[in-house]
Design a protein around this ligand. Structure first.
Ligand code: ZN
Length: 288
């Protein structure tokens, strides 16, 4: 089986692969290395003729604490060949900054969402901001009873995470409320809103997901692929792709605005002096 620095890859059966984010000390915060490891693991499963279903899970008490804003494992944008179409990450102003967000977040999430094999997110504990995107790119989300979800970036002056899908996932009423307040959404409320497929006890979560994967894997692979494509195309015809594209431009505008105002690319509090050169806010991945 392939080995990665931040991801564990395991064939549960020839047809089922578990891809487990393995940065529990950072609550699986997403840095560039985790992003690349996930992408390589998904590609490996996708290119294996026998694999039909991919499970995405996170090691430790929480599924994912969002984007790593503490520097991560140190892999740089120019250390690896881009997966998406944007590059020139070091250019000044919005040009380089937007390229980074295209590469690591928007285009990467869309790429994963469009992988032809069904993916199941196995979600426990906290899922914060960027972590939502990792669950949302999966076809099915199974949550434990203690799971809860939050996107707090409106408090930083940003209109939600880069892969903007809140109204599609939660319905627009709950989407507005959770974004405006930054409040947690419980597993039950996410289930009621249609974001979560099933809620199961924490101790039964992995077994439940694996049994579901086995059931799906009984179906012919081509049937699964074109059915996934059918649902994806329907969502895009309903406007998901178009709306995301528009919101991403606002997202980029917001970072550009706050870089001018605070130097950090996000709102740093009223009266914050501009900080040339910027600097990341530390509270971002505090899911303990
Ligand atoms: Zn951003």
């Amino acid at each position: 089986m392939p080995e990665y620095q931040t991801v564990l890859y395991e064939n549960l059966t020839p047809e089922i692969v578990r891809v487990r984010m393995n940065r529990p000390e950072a609550r699986n915060a997403q840095d560039l290395r985790l992003t690349r490891d996930l992408n390589d693991a998904f590609d490996h499963a996708n290119q294996d003729d026998l694999v039909k279903v991919i499970i995405l899970s996170g090691e430790g008490p929480h599924f994912n604490s969002g984007h790593d804003m503490r520097g991560g494992t140190g892999l740089g944008f120019n250390d690896v060949r881009p997966i998406g179409t944007w590059a020139n990450f070091d250019l000044e102003g919005a040009e380089g900054a937007m390229a980074k967000e295209e590469e690591i977040y928007l285009q990467m999430c869309r790429r994963w969402r469009n992988l032809p094999k069904p993916m199941i997110a196995e979600v426990q504990g906290k899922t914060i901001a960027g972590g939502l995107m990792l669950a949302w790119v999966c076809d099915i989300i199974i949550a434990s009873e203690d799971a809860e979800f939050r996107d707090l970036v409106v408090g930083w002056g940003i209109p939600g995470v880069e892969y903007f899908a809140h109204p599609w996932e939660f319905g627009h009423r709950l989407a507005r409320q959770m974004l405006y307040t930054g409040d947690w959404v419980s597993a039950q409320r996410a289930y009621d809103a249609g974001m979560v497929n099933e809620i199961v006890p924490r101790e039964e979560l992995s077994e439940y997901v694996e049994n579901l994967a086995r059931k799906i894997a009984e179906k012919p692979s081509f049937g699964l692929k074109i059915t996934k494509e059918a649902v994806n195309q329907t969502q895009d015809a309903q406007g998901l792709w178009t709306a995301q594209q528009a919101v991403f431009i606002m997202h980029t505008l917001a970072h550009t605005h706050w870089r001018e105002v605070s130097g950090a690319g996000i709102y740093m509090g009223d009266g914050a002096a501009p900080r040339p050169g910027g600097g990341a806010r530390k509270a971002a991945s505090a899911a303990n």
